[in-house]
Design a protein around this ligand. Structure first.
Ligand SMILES: Cc1ncc(C[n+]2csc(CCOP(=O)(O)OP(=O)(O)O)c2C)c(N)n1
Length: 686
């Protein structure tokens, strides 16, 4: 890019140039908007609205306001730029591209498996990214830490922190604001992208945060309020902010969400949406960039990157004599539906009970909690929008439960069951209150959002809490049944975990769902429809068929375990007992003991760090007198102590080694071991 080559700073000579004219910055912002939309179109998921609103600020920051050196990203005296609003990552990547940390064309691999351009920024993946972010409300605290470190070291650099206005609903922002005012940290310049929209709608309706000027002022900050899409005002504000002494500065930038593309402007629907090719062309036309950006070439680059990622992934997969992947053959066709749908369907029904109250955490449509009130205005007063404030909402739910209500709250599992862990522990579990927490979009199924949004640890904490019950249903039908049971019948703290991506439907209305009791699933025959190939019984009613092995599975791993049973039968002639352990806590101890005693091989399968299920099952196996002296061979399938990353959900099932193929491979190895042990035993005896 000519723009960066001519004017990049140089940390060695100390000549940090800031001579981009307003017109050049406006042009850069426009170009960045265009490349941003191409990357989003190629990714097929991501955030158009908020990346467009903040683009003028990004251009001014990376090309003029901040001191940095793309040739020396770790330069100790550089200004730090923190993207607290991690979902606006593509705008950050545009900033890095326009400044020369990378080529502005490179982010077209956004959100693809193996790309450094993760759905949310990860500083270990790309030079120029200062911190890893994606969980809203944490950036300003990181800024406080960096500012204090700079003060200790006698450094003069600034710490810029970019946030959203919806993000101001997180209580942690105000703890950090108080700290910055208290110390007082005049090396912090915060920017709030006040585009007035968040996911569930207008910020003022979801949870009012204004007047932000008065709030920050009262915490001891210097406040500058500007039009954040006016380059003159943006540049001017950054210059003024640099000069302020004795207090931190916040720039409240009034912007337009979707700025620059008429059909995206001020539309809540464009928050987490990407343009298709037609919309992209229309947008680039409007931005006057149709002839300036090589769209076809960029999309081809993205496609080539994807092809290579897929090739590498397939090369790592266990191989069998044929392809058993979902719906790849003429038989065993599976109907797919997201489990989250069952959650919404249940709330739509059981919400008639006047005690049920649902709390919104600004992700209502996507996790389907909105079904509680959709088309039912009479329930409006029992729908409480709490904003992006998981911790307070959790304790508020406890308060409602104490007053006899049946509160339900949910968000991405990592925000509804980790961000607020102490509130769950003390206010809900210790108090033993009737609150249902939904861990939505759990596991790898949230895909391209990347590691920050993939809850792979939530079950450790949830099942570790005294009084807490934990249910992990296997499909949308079971999610509906489980939700209804938990909301209306179950007493005490309860956690339900479900996924985002469509997964196979393997149960129906007549399949038993008894809280605390596992189901046994047996492959009977290969059938046209996958679900018809299996028979399901309550474990307690099941008679031993002396199968070769058992697979104990939870959630979306149940269909994978069923598919593994099919692979094991076809490839090796092995019979498998699949246990659908939908209730993780209290676990069906008897079903596990029987599986171990009657089959001798137990494999656990969880779409989670190995242990939530595996260690619970292991403790049954080691602590049950019924099994003392009996040989039981065990194996565990799950995520192996690593974070996830961006990628398509089904790619991640392969990448994180939680597919049926991985289960079958492990099971076959264990059965071979069992046979060898038996054979050697015979030899010894002989
Ligand atoms: C702790 C946390 N809760 C929820 C989310 C999901 N989430 C991503 S973006 C977003 C809305 C952000 O709104 P705002 O800060 O106004 O950003 P903008 O509208 O500018 O995109 C939410 C709720 C998250 N990333 N982190």
């Amino acid at each position: 890019m000519a723009i960066r080559d001519s004017k990049a700073g140089d940390s060695k000579t100390g000549s940090i140039t800031r001579n981009f004219s307003i017109e050049e910055l406006q042009d850069a912002a426009n170009l960045m908007r265009g490349y941003n939309l191409v990357a989003l179109c190629a990714a097929g998921s991501g955030h158009a609205g908020g990346t467009l609103s903040i683009m003028d600020i990004t251009a001014a920051l990376y090309l003029r306001a901040a001191d940095h050196d793309p040739k020396n990203p770790a330069w100790a005296d550089r200004d730090r730029i923190i993207w607290s609003a991690g979902h606006k990552a593509p705008a950050l990547y545009m900033g890095l591209g326009i400044a020369g940390f990378c080529d502005i064309q490179d982010p077209v691999t956004l959100r693809k498996l193996g790309s450094p351009f993760q759905g949310h920024p990860h500083w270990l993946k790309l030079p120029g990214i200062e911190v890893s972010s994606g969980s809203l409300g944490q950036g300003l605290s990181i800024a406080v830490g960096m500012a204090l470190a700079a003060r200790i070291d006698g450094k003069q650099h600034k710490i810029f922190c970019l946030m959203g206005d919806g993000e101001q609903q997180e209580g942690q922002v105000w703890e950090a604001a108080m700290e910055a005012g208290h110390f007082p940290l005049d090396n912090i310049v915060a920017v709030v992208d006040c585009n007035r929209l968040q996911i569930d709608g207008w910020v003022k309706d979801v949870m009012q945060v204004e007047p932000l000027d008065a709030k920050y002022s009262s915490f001891g900050w210097e406040v500058l309020r500007i039009d954040g899409n006016d380059m003159h005002q943006v540049v001017d504000a950054f210059e003024k902010a640099r000069a302020v002494k004795g207090k931190p500065v916040v720039i409240l930038a009034d912007t337009i969400k979707g700025k620059g593309v008429s059909f995206m402007e001020n539309q809540a629907g464009w928050h987490g949406k990407t343009p298709n090719r037609e919309e992209l062309d229309a947008a680039l036309e409007e931005l006057g960039l149709a002839a300036r950006i090589p769209v076809a070439q960029l999309l081809e680059n993205a496609q080539n990157f994807q092809t290579e990622a897929s090739r590498k992934l397939e090369a790592k997969m266990p191989r069998f004599s044929r392809d058993y992947w979902w719906n790849s053959g003429e038989t065993m066709k599976a109907k797919m539906e997201p489990t989250r749908k069952g959650f919404g369907q249940s709330l739509g029904q059981c919400g008639d009970d006047e005690r049920v109250v649902c709390l919104g955490l600004d992700i209502s449509g996507s996790i389907t909690i909105s079904e509680f009130y959709a088309g039912k205005p009479e329930r409006a007063k029992r729908w409480i929008s709490m904003g992006i404030a998981e911790q307070s909402a959790t304790a508020a739910a406890a308060g409602m439960a104490r007053e006899g209500k049946l509160p339900v709250l949910g968000s991405y599992a990592t925000f509804s069951a980790a961000r607020n862990l102490d509130q769950i522990r003390v206010s809900i579990c210790y108090a033993n209150l009737n609150v249902l927490i939904a861990g939505a979009h759990a596991g790898v199924s949230v895909g391209a959002d990347g590691a920050t949004h993939q809850a792979l640890e939530d079950l450790f904490a949830m099942q570790g809490l005294p009084n807490m019950s934990v249910v992990v249903p296997c499909d949308a039908v079971e999610t509906r049944k489980a939700t209804s049971y938990l909301v209306l019948e179950h007493q005490g703290p309860k956690y339900i975990r479900f996924a985002r991506e469509a997964t196979p439907i393997v149960t129906d209305g007549s399949t038993p769902f008894v809280f605390g009791q596992a189901n046994v699933i047996r492959l009977r025959t290969e059938a046209a429809q996958f679900a018809d190939a299996f028979e399901t019984r309550l474990a307690a009613d099941y008679e031993n068929e002396s199968e070769d092995l058992s697979i104990v599975a939870i959630g979306p791993m149940v269909p994978e375990a069923m598919r593994a049973a099919w692979i094991l039968k076809q490839e090796f002639g092995y019979e498998t007992r699949v246990l659908n352990m939908h209730t993780l806590k209290p676990i069906d101890t008897e079903a596990v003991i029987r599986a171990a005693r009657e089959t001798g091989v137990v494999v656990t399968a969880e779409e989670h760090q190995i242990g939530a299920l595996a260690w619970r099952v292991s403790s049954i196996l080691t602590e049950s007198p019924e099994l003392y002296g009996l040989p039981v061979i065990t194996g565990a399938i799950g995520v192996k102590d690593r974070f996830g990353e961006s990628g398509a959900p089904w790619e991640l099932v392969k990448e994180l080694e939680v597919s049926a193929e991985h289960i079958a491979q492990k099971a076959a190895a264990l059965i071979a071991l069992k046979k060898k042990c038996i054979a050697e035993e015979h030899l010894t005896v002989a």
